[in-house]
Design a protein around this ligand. Sequence first.
Ligand code: N01
Length: 541
Amino acid sequence: MTLDEKAEILPGDRFDAIIVGAGFTGLYMLHVLRQKGFTARLVDGASNVGGTWYWNRYPGARCDIESMQYSYQFSEELQQEWEWKERYASQPEILSYIEHVTERFELRRDIQFDTRIEAATFDEAANEWAVETDRGVTLRARYFIMGVGCLSAPIKPTFDGEGTFAGETYQTSLWPKEPVDFTGKRVGIIGVGSSAIQSAPLIAEDAAHVYLYQRTPNFVVPAQNRPLSAAEVADIKSDYKGFRAKAYAGLTAFLFKRHDDSVFDLAPDERRARFDEFWNIGGLPFLGAFNDILFNDDANQACIDYWRSRIDEIIDDPKVAALLTPDEEFGCKRLCAGTGYYETFNRDNVTLVDVRNKGIERLTPGGLRAGGVDYDLDTIIYATGFDAMTGSVTRIKITGKDGQTIQEKWDEGPKTYLGLMISGFPNMFNMVSAGSPSVLATMVTSAEQHGDWVGECLEYMRDNGKAVIDATLEAEAEWSAAVKRAGDASLRTNCDSWYVGSNVEGKPRAFAPYIGGWPPYVARCNAETQSDYANCVLTPG
Ligand code: N01
């Protein structure tokens, strides 16, 4: 089958499972179900596989987990044969990897592209899901599996004067496939999260001028990306399984060097040397310098002092350095990994615009107005983030038992059992999302763990003549309390961020992922399987 060919769905088509989302999660789920002899159809609104990596093709888009770990491990042949080029893979490289996996495991014939799922309703009489597409076709399946991603429901704020701007408008999370030429353009970038941090330095190389409109600064450490050497790749591949097992045993399911001592165990000069060492390692592993950066306010402040000393060395204008300094704890939001981000503010053609107080006042035909100043722009880029964790789920009208919708169920924040199941929504699985480690662990590893867990569950149902599985309300309440407890114990709930949903107006504040650690989470999932789903109600078919 070629890229142009698509699996087609017909009215009344029935499958064992419908999977939504052709990213890492949905593709692996499809592979598992086919291996186990289930019929499945995977549906995606995009024209090709990739999920997040299909849509986020803005300049500089790159993963912040190392490529040798941000990849599937279910097939030893696959992980041996694929050659990652860089320590952190770029979006095009990840996309070609996902396309390779799709072809290698012949997944394309069961994927329906260019089709969005608009609604899904559990039919209690038939014990199956009726799933409505935007093509006006309703599919039916016993199981409904959401692999819709955590950062895949983009947000684009509206401003006064909406629609008046005469120039070009882009959104990092919905970037066009054709290259965008910024040569000679005056470009305004709204937002300074990871997407802007990655793209701004590259856009500034071509543009006449770049204005970054910053409401809240972020902590950025250098990614320290580089080509992978043949020797380090060979070393990992000589025992890839062992390497993966070590990662699996860690709290975040990915391996990085970490010290188990406190900031205050070292004398000031040794402490600085340690921070220097981890600055040179870069990226998320910077947090491995000491064990208490995320847990002790004074240790966190010591880390901020170090970080500030480094950016003061980089940025020429102290006023700009001050503006770029967050007033929250280090690592409360997801730490951003940048390449040349702070350096870019030393360029004559880059201006940081503080919109903390007044915000962006309005769009105008010639650009936008902020802080009483009119900015003349040819292009506006929205790097304004996502309705994270739950938005991709609640944007679909999902109705479970007794007519309850997912919006009603989650009106005070997400409630799940192990992140995987939602009581009252039988035979539905919500993969790598709220209530599981998801964004706090390696997404690909999570996708495989969830895919295996669900595959085993469906096999159990088939082998034991069961038609319906639903988590009990008690189990869901107990797990949701555990998710909240773990979140409250971490300083990550102390600031506004997409982790807690504060970037979406009206969204109930709740720390959505499970931060209690990967090994305890996996142990809990395994216990559920081994107990024959003791915390679920199983109904015979
Ligand atoms: O989104 P964000 P992102 N007026 O939510 C601003 C992953 N990711 O797409 O903070 C003005 O971080 C908003 O301001 P504020 C990664 O996990 C990873 O950049 O709300 N500004 C903020 O500055 C990341 O954490 C990579 O005050 C407005 C920005 O828009 C997550 O995705 C790369 C505004 C949004 O930042 C999200 O990153 C990219 C308004 N009305 C993404 N509305 C890697 O490196 C919003 N903003 C792997």
